[in-house]
Design a protein around this ligand. Structure first.
Ligand code: 4NP
Length: 151
């Protein structure tokens, strides 16, 4: 089993999308996908209604997800930890115990634009189009992750 964790700040907007999108592309017999937030602001909450709506347009249901906070144990559980922005990266790496932990952490848009360190914008404070844009960039990144993992 290969385990992949998607991480953002609140675990209600971006990482639930990445979680649902990647999960829909991978065989659950071989891959496990989860998500978490670096904060505990929304612990136990379902994803933002705009996140639920934008994936539903694409046939994916994420209503069963519940927000949780990233924890040190996640470094042991997961093989790959994809973060949405630089601040998530710093917050996760701060909790790393060793270089192996750090080596698991990647900015998700570096899958599409290697070494550019681009960030997935936080749509939390924006309108609906923000969620469509975020959906599209995460879908593209998840296609590349899927291709890489399938090899
Ligand atoms: P996310 O968006 O990190 O993509 O889930 C946010 C959701 C909530 C907050 C910040 C970002 N918040 O401050 O409550």
């Amino acid at each position: 089993m290969i385990r992949i964790l998607m991480v953002c700040l609140g675990n209600i907007c971006r990482s639930p999308l990445a979680h649902g999108i990647l999960d829909s592309k991978l065989d659950g017999n071989y891959f496990n996908v989860d998500s978490a937030g670096t904060s505990n602001y929304h612990k136990g909450s379902p994803p933002d209604l705009c996140s639920i709506a934008v994936v539903r347009k694409n046939g994916i249901d994420i209503t069963n997800q519940r927000a949780r906070q990233f924890k040190i144990k996640d470094f042991e559980t997961f093989d790959y930890i994809y973060v949405m922005d630089e601040s998530n990266f710093e917050n996760v790496v701060k909790m790393a115990r060793n270089v192996e932990d750090i080596s698991k952490v990647r900015l998700i848009l570096n899958e599409i634009h290697p070494n550019k360190n681009l960030e997935v914008p936080d749509p939390y404070y924006g309108g609906d189009s923000g969620f469509d844009d975020v959906y599209n960039m995460l879908d593209e990144a998840c296609n590349l992750i899927t291709n890489r993992l399938a090899r």
